[in-house]
Design a binder for this molecule. Sequence first.
Ligand SMILES: Cc1cc2nc3c(=O)[nH]c(=O)nc-3n(C[C@H](O)[C@H](O)[C@H](O)COP(=O)(O)OP(=O)(O)OC[C@H]3O[C@@H](n4cnc5c(N)ncnc54)[C@H](O)[C@@H]3O)c2cc1C
Length: 339
Amino acid sequence: MQPTIESDVPLAGFNSFGVAAVAGQLATLGDEREIPALLDWCRSDHPAHVLGAGCNTLLATGRVERILRVALAGRRIVAGDGERVLVEAAAGEDWPALVEWTLAQGLCGLENLSLIPGSVGAAPIQNIGAYGVELAERFDSLEAVRLDTGERRRFSRADCRFGYRDSVFKSPDHRGWLILSLRLALSRRFEARLDYGDIRRMLADTGEPPTARAVADAVIALRRARLPDPAILGNAGSFFKNPIVDGATRERLRERHPDLPTWPAGEGRVKLPAAWLIERAGWKGHRDGDAGVHDRHALVLVNHGHASGTELLALANRIRESVLERFGVRLEPEPVILR
Ligand SMILES: Cc1cc2nc3c(=O)[nH]c(=O)nc-3n(C[C@H](O)[C@H](O)[C@H](O)COP(=O)(O)OP(=O)(O)OC[C@H]3O[C@@H](n4cnc5c(N)ncnc54)[C@H](O)[C@@H]3O)c2cc1C
């Protein structure tokens, strides 16, 4: 079986920034039986860049020679012994739809991760997280194939070396792995994770008992109120990671900025809110043509219409330089940047 291969494909509809770029060739994997032919295609020319739903990708170039899209579908309960239930989902499934499906099955664990846009296959790449929960906590294992050698392997949680918006798949020697499916360890028993005060407050306001469904609804409402919808205003969610610094840096910053919030990040280090640094550096609501910073969320870069990937990247770089100059703190982008 052959994967679908198209030429000169416009990519504006395949990235949440809505940036116009073209793929010289775009291969779509819709069935695992197409993998042998896909491996031949991958080995025959330029390396292919893997794209899920494009919600964490900045296309900072007008043309990408080869794109590989994963459209593998399917989700099922693999095993369940009492409380613990193992769920498997194919990489091309939509993450928010998977979360809703697990809730409909009476399974708990993903509610705090509701409405994070993107595909299932991309979720482990940056260990998606929101409202006090990270994918790693619900992760059992994943199945992947290496695009250069064809080796197939199951990765355990330890193998994935998850960190804050990080995994082994971001390291140069692991970039050739194509994730085919994920297994998640969920539970029939609900354990509320209300570390984020806003969820606690919303549940109290609605008067609803804290169920997984109620937490998911609170998270969805909070996200809809805070983050711009990419279908209306192109964006990739948070553009920068929250920087982690050592205790000495925190003391230095606190002397000059006593109101700087910090959170413990282990081993004497602290996490700083990138949004606070960017806002204090004066970038909130800033606009360079159609490339801008959201006016309610300083961490979100937006495409007001026709910004190119290069323009968005130039704005991101100016923000990084200004935060470095003002606070001595280096910001790292969260999305994958294709140049
Ligand atoms: C409005 C908005 C809000 C967001 N909020 C959050 C949030 O709260 N928390 C959070 O963590 N993220 C958030 N994000 C970022 C994004 O949702 C996640 O990173 C998501 O996992 C991206 O999925 P994707 O399929 O769109 O990835 P893509 O952008 O398509 O790809 C991202 C990376 O994963 C790789 N990849 C994709 N699929 C595969 C595969 N099958 N095998 C191997 N590599 C693969 C790609 O090569 C690329 O390196 C947000 C984004 C938006 C637009």
